[in-house]
Design a protein around this ligand. Sequence first.
Ligand SMILES: [Cu+2]
Length: 140
Amino acid sequence: MTLSLRCLTHHQTTHRALLVAMAGLTAAIVGGTPVSQAAPLDPGSPSVDQAVSIAAFAFAPSELSVPAGATVTWTNTQDGVPHTSTSPDSVWDSGVLSTSTSFSFTFSDAGDFAYQCSIHPNMHGIVHVVPNVDASPAAS
Ligand SMILES: [Cu+2]
């Protein structure tokens, strides 16, 4: 009985070691994937949230790309001037953002979403939402 118990223990140890090795391999594959963006994607989280500041009567950056599922947060950093982040297609509307207030919107669908400040219609921005491609290798 002692012998068979030891074998069972050995088997479990080997199995666990194999799992660890596989996890390391997966991490190596993901880590080796070329990343074109400056901020590397976190394999554990498909969302890459972005921040847009509103200052000097402009959105900064006025143009950005995010994967579907990402949340964009606009923050009015301009002293004493209210702004909005408003989709003309009513996809979102921040309402009036006074100084130092923020508004967040999560983009579920891919597409190009132009927006403007409803108070200052000459302020324009656009969010490019790209399809969220799962970079992790298929488990087989
Ligand atoms: Cu404005």
